[in-house]
Design a protein around this ligand. Sequence first.
Ligand code: ATP
Length: 229
Amino acid sequence: MIHLSHVSKSYKTSTRPALEDVTVDVGKGEFAFLIGPSGSGKSTFLRLLLREEAPDRGDMTVAGSDLTKIRRSKVPVHRRRIGCVFQDFRLLSNKTVSQNVGFALEVLGRNRNVVRRVVPEVLELVGLEGKANRLPHELSGGEQQRVAIARAFVNRPLLLLADEPTGNLDPDTSADIMLLLERINRTGTTVLMATHDNAIVDSMRRRVIELQLGKVVRDEDRGVYGVGR
Ligand SMILES: Nc1ncnc2c1ncn2[C@@H]1O[C@H](COP(=O)(O)OP(=O)(O)OP(=O)(O)O)[C@@H](O)[C@H]1O
């Protein structure tokens, strides 16, 4: 699902590469954490997967797209295969829960009957069946993140990228969000989550890919966050 071979990326204004000689393979249906200190390259890694940035060197194939060769016109099709969840939820504040989720289908041209059928199913999956008509500001942070996950998942992406999804949530709410991401992973969706949350990484014992100064320094099955970070 994610294949990077000797990938490097430098930003023009930066003296050192943001990613250097990164080789990582994540298979279909896997769950992996991407960890590392601030500035280690996690966001750059996610941006490359979405083709928000292009690699300078190396080969990469993500969700079936060869990102070393992809044409600009094909980038939107590539991004549709990937769901994204962020620390700050990024919901549309003037739309209800079901409109936020439905919008993700409408922009892909799905017909109204499909939207009407699928949105309640996904809201049930994330545990928000009673809150379809609320606005984001009428929800807790954890509930807002559930909406964001529903929106990311409603198109059944092959790959879900989560960038610090628990960064604004308390430990109990974070644990609930992780259960939800595990549930989504069990449907066959590959999940890659960038995080600083050591308690979550330690409790889940999943694959851990660790970056430092743009290099992969650890790639371990059933890993922990690590001591002293
Ligand atoms: N748009 C940019 N232009 C120039 N340099 C950048 C840009 N984005 C990131 N960098 C640099 O690339 C390196 C990697 O940054 P990146 O944001 O990928 O790290 P990160 O691990 O996601 O950090 P954080 O945990 O703080 O989000 C850093 O040295 C950073 O300063």
